[in-house]
Design a protein around this ligand. Structure first.
Ligand SMILES: [Zn+2]
Length: 51
């Protein structure tokens, strides 16, 4: 489902943000690395395709 924007604080992760809780890419971000907001990044392609 659609959620507030979030991204990863890990520099080795792609510079994108997510806004779907069921995004396969976003789900790989561990809770400790998950940061609220867009982080100045572009939207993840998976999240974009999910609307
Ligand atoms: Zn995503």
């Amino acid at each position: 489902m659609k959620v507030s924007a979030y991204h990863s604080s890990n520099p080795s992760d792609p510079d994108v943000y997510h806004d779907h809780s069921d995004c396969p890419s976003g789900q790989q971000i561990p809770a400790r690395n998950r940061v609220p907001g867009e982080g100045g990044y572009r939207r993840c392609v998976h999240c974009t395709s999910m609307g």
